[in-house]
Design a protein around this ligand. Structure first.
Ligand code: NAD
Length: 264
């Protein structure tokens, strides 16, 4: 019997088959979960996502723009109505306007900053609020973050500041929702080729750096991120909340590039 037999939840952030959210969803499905999905509104987005969710006969697939309060509220209320009480929610969403993302952080615009923070950080807060209403028996919420919120990763710019705020949100949300038996954690993933990653400057060079520097001398796979998120969403992690779990082949533990420096 799968770990998620009889469990239900909502996954926010599938754009295509390369999305981290899809890797997590696949793991959840393999373990017997019933998974609902949200996608960015628009015909093209819906078509891309339905190409993945139709074959698995997902019962709940709805548009949701996290910039709209009603969209988020309706997504969770509808999931509750269609699927019943939820056990888990995955938040796998980030965005910053290209000009602001590509420029040094010191130059990011006020509007770009607001938009990036709203979509990449506030979306977790509002999602957690509505998820909690759909989890009367408690549950688990997981988001996706990156090391660039803890230390400076050149090229990550504005998104690094968003991830720092996201990491802090995970801890405050864990505190707020803990009494309702709702856990909130993050997976901090190493570089994975996705739509969002292609917007970040030098993403290929970054992958090379992980291969050279991380203790395991390789990059992570999408499926490894999926497995770790699935673990945090499951009852196996029942005592874990407010945690940032690094899935990066150990890259974050390094204080210097080690042998990679000698080879350079
Ligand atoms: P992705 O492009 O597949 O996913 C990003 C998702 O955000 C998309 O589904 C997109 O539709 C959604 N989104 C953007 N604006 C939205 C809005 N206004 N409303 C609703 N949804 C919106 O890329 P991904 O790499 O799978 O990104 C998922 C998460 O993983 C992001 O938070 C990203 O920062 C994080 N992450 C990615 C990597 C990586 O290397 N790919 C590493 C660490 C963390």
């Amino acid at each position: 019997m799968g770990l998620f037999e009889g469990k239900k939840g909502l996954v926010l952030g599938v754009a295509n088959e390369f999305s981290i959210a899809w890797a997590v969803a696949k793991r959840l499905l393999d373990e017997g979960a019933e998974v609902g999905f949200t996608h960015l509104p628009g015909e093209k987005m819906e078509r891309r996502v339905r190409r993945l969710t139709d074959p698995i006969q997902a019962r709940y697939v709805v548009p949701c723009d996290v910039q709209k309060d009603d969209d988020v509220a309706n997504a969770f209320a509808g999931a509750f109505q269609t699927l019943g009480p939820l056990d888990f929610a995955l938040h796998s969403i980030a965005y910053a306007p290209m000009d602001d993302l590509k420029s040094p952080y010191v130059n990011c615009s006020r509007d770009g900053f607001k938009m990036a923070m709203e979509i990449s950080v506030y979306s977790l807060t509002i999602a957690a609020r509505h998820a909690a209403k759909a989890m009367p028996q408690g549950g688990s919420i997981v988001t996706l973050t990156y090391f660039g919120g803890e230390k400076v990763v050149p090229g990550y710019n504005l998104m690094g500041v968003c991830k720092a705020a996201l990491d802090a949100s995970v801890k405050y949300l864990a505190y707020d929702l803990g009494p309702q038996n709702i856990r909130v954690n993050a997976v901090s993933a190493g570089p994975v080729k996705t739509l969002a990653a292609s917007a970040v400057g030098d993403s290929d060079k970054l992958a090379g750096l992980y291969e050279a520097v991380s203790p395991m001398r390789r990059n992570i796979t999408r499926d490894e991120v999926g497995a770790a998120a699935m673990f945090l969403l499951s009852n196996l992690a029942s005592g874990i909340t407010g945690e940032i779990l690094h899935v990066d082949c150990g890259y974050n533990t390094m204080g210097s590039p080690g042998r990679a420096l000698e080879a350079a």
